[in-house]
Design a protein around this ligand. Sequence first.
Ligand SMILES: *Cc1c(COP(=O)(O)O)cnc(C)c1O
Length: 431
Amino acid sequence: MLHENLSINEKNHLEIAGVDTVSLAEKYGTPLYVMDEERIRHNARVYINAMKKYMGEISRPLFASKACCFKRLYSIIAEEGMATDLVSPGELYTAKMAGFPLENSYFHGNNKTDADIEFAIDSGVGHFIADNREELDAISRIAGEKGICQKVILRLTPGIDPHTQAKISTGKVDSKFGTAIETGQAMEIVKYTLSLANIELEGFHCHIGSQIFEYESFSDAAEIMLRFIKAVKDECGYEVPVLNLGGGFGVRYVESDPQIDYEANIKGLAGEIKKMCAELGINQPCILMEPGRSIVADSGLTLYTVGSVKTITGYKSYVSIDGGMPDNPRYALYESDYSVLLANKAADKAEITATVAGRCCESGDLIQEDVKLPKAQRGDTMAVLVTGAYNYSMASNYNRLPRPAVVMVKDGESYVAVRRETYEDLCRNDM
Ligand SMILES: *Cc1c(COP(=O)(O)O)cnc(C)c1O
């Protein structure tokens, strides 16, 4: 099947990590997020080991929390010895509550408030990824008040538009993130940073986008960044020790997406970086990467129950499910591709082409269009595959729907990692 943790059992049911998804739907109810713990650990190890092996002992991946964030996930990431990036005080708080070693965290965001900065420093966040001048001033001042020197990485834009969707490509010069190298503003902000008290400039960061399937886009970015490290060395007499290349290799959502060998790509990228450093006459920096989806996406799937099957004569068919854009807004936002199947008729032949619609009062509430399915009926269990990233973390309560539970499977068993929201939860803050 699409990924090796998926299979079909003798009952014609879809299994994930050897656990029957129809039984999970019966036991926990739907909609339900299911995540394969071993798959998350496996993906983390692939990055950790390959980066160590090919990019040097201190190079490492940071899990991009925004892909998926809850306490149990931070425990798993921490157990694997993986560092993390945090983009908000809420993610920081969650990591802290999970007992995540925050010295191994990197605090992102293009507009950190003074309160965020203070909270992060007080919580012992190891590293800041600073976006702009105002933020640097605030970090310097607050670190000064606390009597510490804060390690900072500067976010820069290398001016690269990888061949990916415009909405998720962020390394272009006119991005809202970071400071452009091309315009000369990056060199200015580096000089400014070096002049500030209570800040240690560790290195530079760039993020060229997501769903990148080949390392060549990363090595193009690396080349620009390494040249910049060299330019800073020549002009300021300071060679930064860290280069953060951002996230993240792509993920296979549908059969037509390539299968990607992360280790081979990391090895290829490492070779290019080594060569470029030698040519430029600089030390090879510690390399950081920020994979999000490639750590968690293929560990997950979402289970729904089919409610109705409607054929508009001469037009199209709709299969309606008991979830939708509140638990997976990615089709509504980006028209993202997903693989959809009926978990209780997993190997049955496709007989209909249908649009999978959610239950919201919103005509854009679709999960996928033109899906080939076996004959569907009320009560069938539908599975949407590869939803471990940017589903739970993007979920909302739109239409006042409670967010689904997250259930983890491991060693043939299942356990609740995040409980299903109740109606009381929905009114919790209402006065
Ligand atoms: C979103 C994001 C990531 C993670 O991207 P993936 O595609 O999930 O790997 C990493 N770094 C930054 C700065 C991001 O904005």
